[in-house]
Design a protein around this ligand. Structure first.
Ligand SMILES: C[S@@+](CC[C@H](N)C(=O)[O-])C[C@H]1O[C@@H](n2cnc3c(N)ncnc32)[C@H](O)[C@@H]1O
Length: 246
């Protein structure tokens, strides 16, 4: 099962390859699309999960899906019908901005879903195709989220609260590259990579950390197991680092 939220940088990881062995708590402090979490639940993980992201718009999307996926679906279809009949990108962006400001949280969730569908590495690109909506996946996401607690905090608070020897963390922070600030809200360029490294090094629980490949990150995690993973993003090849304790 893939996440219904299209997300730049989304991960699709088989965690058993990285030390995941029946923890009682699974935690993504930088949750985004929660793609790997959904995969884990589909694979039969029955324990509790914590989803966290600092971005309140993404968090509102998941809270609304958990509460009533039909209401989100209904608004997504409505929004899609509006934007596909508009002639210019600026009209579509204005509609999106209005929906983001709606008092109806399900409308805001629909705006987030639509925004993420059209976001590319070069900004928002409205294509002629309709928004892709899979009704069954909306329903399955609601089912999967029943065992997931959704949080909207800074990652430090979440790690501090949930670290234990029975926790497994998938830690997928904003990357140490300037252009990530375009894909995520908040100023990810100010993200303190050293601070995260100091926290990760003291964790009681097990973890997998994913990062872009550069000297600073390799230096910060010297002594840990660092694997190079080749990936494609919008047709461009790049290398990521998957870092574990062993
Ligand atoms: C690389 S993305 C995570 C993608 C996610 N693993 C997936 O598969 O979709 C990084 C995420 O971290 C979030 N973020 C940035 N700073 C944060 C912070 N201080 N605390 C919690 N989340 C943060 C961003 O909003 C973004 O969703």
């Amino acid at each position: 099962m893939k996440s219904i939220l299209k997300y730049i940088g989304m991960k699709d990881i088989n965690l058993v390859d990285y030390g995941f062995s029946n923890p009682t708590l699974y935690c993504e402090p930088f949750g985004g699309s929660f793609n790997t979490g959904f995969k884990l639940i589909e694979q039969g993980y029955k324990g509790e999960s914590i989803y966290n992201d600092i971005d309140e718009k993404v968090v509102n999307f998941w809270e609304c899906i958990k509460e009533n996926n039909n209401k989100v679906l209904d608004r997504v279809v409505q929004l899609n019908n509006i934007v596909k009949n508009q002639f210019t990108d600026s009209e579509r962006e204005m509609t999106l901005a209005n929906w983001y400001q709606s008092l109806d949280k399900y409308k805001r969730a629909a705006a987030e879903f639509t925004y993420r569908q059209y976001l590319t590495m070069d900004g928002l690109k409205w294509s002629v195709r309709d928004t892709i909506i899979d009704e069954i996946d909306f329903y399955l996401s609601q089912e999967a989220l029943k065992s997931v607690e959704i949080c909207n905090k800074d990652y430090k608070e979440i790690i501090g609260r949930y670290d234990s020897k029975d926790t497994f963390f998938l830690i997928d922070p904003p990357y140490d590259i300037d252009r990530v600030s375009r894909y995520y809200r908040g100023d990810c360029r100010k993200f303190k990579h050293e601070e995260l490294a100091n926290i990760v090094k003291t964790l009681e629980g097990n973890w997998l950390l994913t990062y872009n490949d550069n000297e600073r990150i390799r230096e910060l995690y010297r002594g840990f197991d660092i694997k190079e993973i080749k990936r494609q993003l919008f047709g461009r090849a790049y290398t990521e680092l998957y870092i574990t304790r062993e």
